[in-house]
Design a protein around this ligand. Sequence first.
Ligand SMILES: NC(=O)c1ccc[n+]([C@@H]2O[C@H](COP(=O)([O-])OP(=O)(O)OC[C@H]3O[C@@H](n4cnc5c(N)ncnc54)[C@H](O)[C@@H]3O)[C@@H](O)[C@H]2O)c1
Length: 342
Amino acid sequence: MTDSKQILVTGGAGYIGSHTCVALLEVGYQVVIYDNLSNSHEEVIHRIKKITGKNLTFVKGDIRDKDALKECLANYPCDAVIHFAGLKAVGESVEQPLKYFDNNLVGSLRLLEAMQESNIKTIVFSSSATVYGNPVYLPFDEKHPLAPTNPYGQTKLYIEEILKDIFKSASDWQICILRYFNPVGAHESGLIGEDPQGVPNNLMPFIAQVAVGKRDTLNIWGRDYDTIDGTGVRDYIHVTDLAEGHIRALEYLKDSSKLLVANLGTGKGSSVLQVLNAFEQAVKTTIPHAFKNRRPGDVAEAYANTFIANSLLKWKAKKDLNSMCRDHWHWQQKNPNGYNPK
Ligand SMILES: NC(=O)c1ccc[n+]([C@@H]2O[C@H](COP(=O)([O-])OP(=O)(O)OC[C@H]3O[C@@H](n4cnc5c(N)ncnc54)[C@H](O)[C@@H]3O)[C@@H](O)[C@H]2O)c1
């Protein structure tokens, strides 16, 4: 279905990137992963090849190194870039904002310069629902005011603004900004999945580590929100559905110049207790948990309006919470220490 186009995937060894590389290879794209492995393992490359039975190119490099990027693009000419590379820990970004502005913002600038100088003008960018900040209304649609509440979200918003300005200045670019909600789950093979370093920041990897015995208890922050059961509600999306969204974005961009911003979520919120219950069903045992006070900065509910992705990208999330939990657990069970064999 593709004409063997080659795609540069920055951050392609990471969680979402690796699943997207599988999806790209499976529909016939060629893939060049460019990743500095700051939050991933080279083992991922072997696993992607094992799942797909296809070859790919891996270049170890930093997106802040424009010369290395240009050399990579000269050696492996690409038609488009999917840009995942970035740091993503909200809490760390509050403590070390400069690290985030340097890595995510400066890195993206260098990448865009390298693209321009290599005459590549098609990019799919990993943005985040964190650009919306606190909900003024729900579901979040793409016109919702943008007011990130932490430096991580700020980096995403600035990069979005840069992309919009590039499009204004040179409308031969083809740009798709994807705002992800809460990616979870893993490839059904159990060969690739999320491998958080240290204490997981997100709910499902945390539950999975409690279930596998790496952590004692899940702390549930707040049970007095105005939600279905008092716990916080988020829009969880299976990572393979998310990966598919990137294929649709490339297809959408291929014919003409355009700039599109689209939410990728299911449009449906699930509470912490609903996720916990679904995970317990997948594991077939109870998972120790304790209720704690609300955390400052957390909102009661957040979920997406997915009309733009549904109608323009012709994309819809297919997998439900049970599949997300089953696949996440399968990955966790097969890889209790992630990609680290010890
Ligand atoms: N996972 C989420 O919950 C989520 C939600 C919304 C948006 N996003 C965004 O999606 C993208 C991918 O997220 P993920 O969950 O796969 O994260 P990840 O950490 O698993 O993957 C990011 C990859 O980028 C690489 N990387 C980081 N800085 C780099 C640099 N300077 N040069 C080269 N490579 C670099 C890392 O080594 C890693 O392999 C990120 O931009 C993230 O901000 C993630």
